[in-house]
Design a protein around this ligand. Sequence first.
Ligand code: MF3
Ligand code: CO
Ligand code: CO
Length: 263
Amino acid sequence: MAVNLKNSEEIDQMRIAGRLAAEVLDFITPHVKPGVTTGELDRLCHDYMVNVQQTIPAPLNYTPPGYTPYPKSICTSVNHVVCHGVPGEKKLRGGDVINIDITVIKNGFHGDTSRMFCVGQPSIQARRLVDLTYECMWRGIRAVRPGNTLGDIGHAIQVHAEQNGCSVVREFCGHGIGRNFHEEPQILHYGRPGMGMRLEAGMIFTVEPMINAGKPDIRQMADGWTIVTKDHSLSAQWEHTVLVTENGYEVLTVSAGTPAPPA
Ligand code: MF3
Ligand code: CO
Ligand code: CO
């Protein structure tokens, strides 16, 4: 049950891995257009990671307990897909929203980040959910400082989602990250102020809320990976990898194309 605090050499390596993961999202951005398949996005990212960055795509063959090996190098979650969408023959169409989730390994260290993309012109509701979810992630990140608790992060996210008529997915959470893709602690995206583990400088974890426009319930598809909303409502997610610093936080998954934080 131990959380591993990172030393300054490990933090330097995590800055590198985090930047590289974000740079894959920068690279793929111009390709996210009507007509492209999610399989093509996967191949483009895979080749960029392996051949240009010389990073390892962490999802490929990733096999948590109880799962079959993940068959692709990225996750592509379209519309009512909550997370872990498996790239394939599906063509993107105008009005779709898609989360692309990238995890790279560089020098043994993981960087994990995802962004939402609107394909063509989004509906008002889709734009609103994507923006709300971005604000939720940032409200969680802004609760990161030594002395605060994990519950403070989750609470900040949950209140903002629910005040805006949306719901927080409970079954998946953020996670510690480092030499392992997923390590302790779990970062729930809901909670109560002051509850849970206290944050300490040197912790590194992801904040990656999944917010549904409808009910929070989810279902797993027959492929064993893809998670969808039970009511087929739209779902959105954003993810950063964050370091707890002496005064607050440092976002590690930053690149030239990282969207600006909300006001
Ligand atoms: N990148 C996801 C996360 O944020 C995990 C994906 S696991 C995979 O934790 F196997 F589906 F890639
Ligand atoms: Co993650
Ligand atoms: Co991720």
